[in-house]
Design a protein around this ligand. Sequence first.
Ligand code: GAP
Length: 511
Amino acid sequence: MAQQEDHFKKVISHAKEYGYIFGSSEIYDGLSAVYDYGQNGVELKKNIREYWWKSMVQMHENIVGLDAAIFMHPTTWKASGHVDAFSDPLIDNKDSKKRYRADVLVEDYAEKLNQKAEKEITKAAKRFGESFDRAQYEATNPRVLGYRTKQKDATARLARLLEADDLAGVKALIEELEIACPLSGSKNWTDVRQFNLMFGTKLGASAETATDLYLRPETAQGIFVNFLNVQKTGRMKIPFGIAQTGKAFRNEIVARQFIFRMREFEQMEMQFFVRPGEEMKWYEYWKETRLNWHKSLGLGEDNYRFHDHEKLAHYANAAADIEFNFPFGFKELEGIHSRTDFDLKAHEEHSGKKLQFFDPELNENYVPYVVETSIGLDRMFLAVFSKSLQEEQLENGSSRVVLKLPAILAPTKAAILPLVKKDGLPEIARKLMEDLKFDYNVVYDEKDAVGRRYRRQDAAGTPFCITIDHDTKEDGMVTVRHRDSMKQERVLIEKVKEIIETQVSYKVWMS
Ligand code: GAP
């Protein structure tokens, strides 16, 4: 646990130190749960978006893109259910005046019990040494069993109360469990009430004529309202998909864990329109396809798992998350939802316009069913960045910090390093830069000893360093150093592009 926390702290500080992520408006002490992407962060984010876009749109003949506006007609959110049902149960502590998500207070309480149980187990493991049988200890030790029973009981009761929308019951549970405000230590709570997560804003010049709008809390609705526009103008036949990336906004109350839960974030969503009755087949297809996409990046297959939802959202008849092993444990990275015909039907009702497809094979009109894949770009960024950041012990006893980003996603593909700043080496390096820059982001660095420059590029995540030395002038060869293996090879300068290409071509990564 402490090791995980330590790694997470390193992730946050490394992201700042190397120009990946800064707190928003930091000079004014920042804005909670809002972040800015720096010179390297913007490139990594763009590359993740592009990797997603290419695999979803370019690689699928029957998926096309869309870029709908963030502002949408306010009725959109009535139809989608967000005005009535997109809320969190909140509770205030009367003494500290701090606001909490009531469900998170109970979940944190349960997690503390889990940690107590884990502590007991770790202590016992130390005491018993090699003969320790964890499973047996967990099943028989009264203290561990006590903690686990209380933990399960609390989460199960919370789930039942939320399901029944029993907010008074949630408050009573918090009181019964004697949960105190982490800030004031007091148990003096207000009632629990629902708080809508959408940000409101106004459109219009004067206060009297202005229309109330929402900043979109998901990109999906822009796809639904354009379903027929795209289907007709693109002459799309079912099954087909519409993909979109873009900003979404949620007034998250518990906003912590860095870019995991933000108030302004970016989503990459795809709605796949299918024949009614065929949705489960496509749901399974997209679950598998999306998991394979994640695995293609080589961050470790054990770091992913599915979590099938038992409690379904109002629009879904099946739903699963792809969870990732973040520095703070397994958490949702992507959602795959079978959304039925809920959204299109709701938009038909609220707009009075038909949103149907004429299926020539069946010779009938119907409202298509939808399977959605939805992933947070920032969350994906955190997954990639946190797994890539590693500290390695080297054979010579020293250590290095290396950001082993998948080469296809790395902000800079190669650093061009003249060994010295004279003797014509910078000129050769510049010429190589000129040649490569049309295809790749490359940087030039001539400061410090070459070993230090290598370390700098390792920490920034650059997969290749190309060194030009005095021999280059004689034999036209350069040293290519590989970030992950630190292996060096001497190659003709004309071969450099070919070597980079083998590691950054989409074909290699996606097939
Ligand atoms: N259209 C479906 C939808 O929006 P969701 O589970 O609420 O479903 C989908 O969100 C994905 O968006 C999540 O799996 C997560 O990756 C990302 N996401 C949601 N809320 C987020 C937040 N506050 N900050 C960062 N990413 C978020």
